[in-house]
Write a protein that binds this ligand. Structure first.
Ligand SMILES: [Zn+2]
Length: 115
């Protein structure tokens, strides 16, 4: 008797190359990991902006929209994602980083800011 079982092991792999997808904690957009900027909470609890995405620690992601960085600085989205208080200095750092690295191409959309 021949057991001709379909080779199921092969099906478990997605055919497309696996690309890591992340979600922006500010706007909820999903995109490839490399299009986002990682915010990391180091093992010692210190927050840092981690553009290389390689630091160890718990990470949260922000997309490259200025409004998302403003929102991250002004709200508790990062606190919720990283489960650590976000000090005012780090909020300022977020804005500084955004100022330096993100072009404000879009006019400030009047989207309702969630508290
Ligand atoms: Zn976003």
């Amino acid at each position: 008797m021949m057991s001709e079982r379909p080779d199921r092991s092969k099906r478990r792999r997605p055919r497309l190359k696996h690309l890591p997808v992340r979600t922006c904690v500010a706007c909820g957009a999903r995109d490839l990991k490399r299009t986002f900027v990682r915010i990391v909470r180091a093992p010692d609890g210190v927050l840092a902006i981690d553009p290389t995405g390689k630091r160890s620690g718990r990470g949260a992601y922000l997309c490259r929209r200025f409004s998302c960085w403003q929102r991250a600085a002004a709200t508790d989205v990062l606190e919720r994602a990283l489960r650590v208080p976000v000090p005012p200095e780090f909020r300022e750092e977020l804005l500084r980083w955004a100022d330096l690295h993100i072009r404000r191409e879009e006019p400030p959309a009047n989207d309702t800011v969630l508290n």
